[in-house]
Design a protein around this ligand. Structure first.
Ligand SMILES: *[C@@H]1O[C@H](CO)[C@@H](O)[C@H](O)[C@H]1NC(C)=O
Ligand SMILES: *[C@@H]1O[C@H](CO)[C@@H](O)[C@H](O)[C@H]1NC(C)=O
Ligand SMILES: *[C@@H]1O[C@H](CO)[C@@H](O)[C@H](O)[C@H]1NC(C)=O
Ligand SMILES: *[C@@H]1O[C@H](CO)[C@@H](O)[C@H](O)[C@H]1NC(C)=O
Length: 377
């Protein structure tokens, strides 16, 4: 008798769990979609096609009434932050009407597929917009006419095929990484003289999509991320105001000899996972005194490129280096005045693992790079 009850209750539990699992499924956030699939008992799933979007989206979550009469019900308006409108993680499919007082607009982690101008009709004061992790395919350019003071526009993890047109001239940060962007419309960046950060990593940009002039008017650009695209050449017309240039995971095999000649602030260069061999890397191309961090891991180099004594971090792991000559590598003459600290190379971190090198570390390396904290061979 007891075992019978036990069996029945565990069966019941099983069905309850099944019910919970099937109920929970539609409420998963888009961010969770890449994770492991939820458990759905096979027999329960009806035969036939999957429901078509957007019918499989759960309805928006409605918040409690707000002390602000203009607060959209789908959003939260915190009494202490009258300039913030929090509409993130609300299962939204459309942008609610944005109140006039909004400066900071949070819309990330929803199912918004299109941006139209109407909800922004009164949103003239908006400074930050976060639309990360939605399903945006289209942005009407009239949207930006409504928000002429926009400083940050974050739309990473969406489904854009091109860089939006009509971006406001006030813009300082633009994040469009993890979209499907293969096209930059002519002039898309031409009036963005105040832009300091442009993130386009994880898109489908080719050399021709970037062209010669796409970036050249970004006179104040400091951070450019073009990693994970399909570039074969170094991007042209990159503004020389740049401090950080990330180009990892492309197919770049060649750096023109004078490519970095005019960059006097460039401190961080990443070219990991490209197709650089000795032939494509002119000996002194990285000999810039502004450079602090140079990453060239996972390429096909057999020779260590020359670098300046200001460099602090150097990643050369997973290349084809067979030997290193500390005397040749040393960016200053060992016979120079060794008491002059300004001459001592500042290299602190050096990675050489994944090459054809074996310990011990050559004596002349240790002699030269006296600030070296760690070296991985
Ligand atoms: C826009 O603001 C005006 C004046 O504050 C107000 O009368 C109007 O209802 C607002 N429109 C919307 C769509 O909220
Ligand atoms: C660019 O930034 C400067 C300095 O912050 C500011 O005075 C100027 O108005 C900005 N330009 C635009 C178009 O917003
Ligand atoms: C590297 O740059 C320094 C100045 O920072 C310069 O004196 C030196 O000649 C350069 N070396 C080569 C090989 O270009
Ligand atoms: C390292 O290079 C210097 C200068 O080119 C050369 O004289 C020396 O023999 C080299 N050392 C080794 C171990 O190859």
């Amino acid at each position: 008798m007891k075992t019978g009850v036990g069996l029945i209750s565990s069966l019941l539990l099983f069905f309850l769990m099944g019910a919970v699992f099937t109920q929970r499924t539609p409420q998963r956030k888009p961010s969770g979609r890449r994770a492991t699939k939820p458990f759905v008992p096979k027999r329960v799933v009806p035969a036939g096609p999957e429901p078509q979007e957007p019918t499989d989206f759960p309805p928006p979550i409605l918040g409690p009434p707000s002390i602000f009469p203009d607060c959209p019900r789908e959003c939260l308006c915190h009494p202490s932050y009258p300039n913030s409108l929090n509409c993130e993680n609300r299962n939204l499919r459309a942008v609610p009407v944005i109140p006039l007082r909004t400066h900071y607009l949070y819309l990330q982690n929803n199912y918004i597929s299109q941006l139209t101008a109407e909800p922004f009709n009164n949103a003239t004061e908006v400074r930050w917009v976060n639309l990360a992790n939605n399903r945006i395919k289209r942005i009407d350019k009239q949207v930006f006419e409504k928000i002429p003071g926009l400083l940050y526009f974050y739309a990473q993890r969406n489904q854009l095929n091109e860089v939006p047109s009509g971006l406001p001239t006030s813009l300082e940060q633009l994040r469009l990484d993890r979209n499907h962007i293969s096209k930059i419309p002519a002039g898309a960046f031409s009036k963005l003289g105040n832009l300091t950060l442009l993130d386009l990593h994880y898109n489908q940009l080719s050399d021709s999509a970037l062209g010669k002039n796409a970036l050249k008017d970004l006179k104040n650009l400091m951070q450019l991320n073009l990693a994970h695209n399909t570039l074969k050449k170094m991007p042209a017309g990159v503004p020389n105001s740049l401090i950080q240039l990330f180009l990892d995971k492309n197919r770049i095999d060649d750096i023109p000899k004078d490519y970095f000649k005019d960059f006097s602030h460039l401190a961080f260069v990443r070219l990991n996972y490209n197709q650089l061999s000795d032939k494509g890397v002119p000996k002194a191309v990285f000999n810039m005194s502004s450079l602090l961090d140079l990453q060239l891991a996972h390429n096909q180099l057999s020779v260590v490129p020359l670098f300046n004594n200001h460099l602090e971090h150097l990643h050369l792991n997973h290349n084809s280096i067979e030997s290193i000559n500390g005397t040749e590598l040393c960016p200053f003459s060992m016979t120079a005045d060794l008491n002059d600290d300004s001459l001592v190379p500042r290299l602190r971190y050096l990675r050489l693992d994944g090459n054809h090198l074996h310990p011990p570390i050559p004596r002349d390396i240790v002699m030269c790079f006296r600030n070296l904290h760690s070296i991985v061979i």
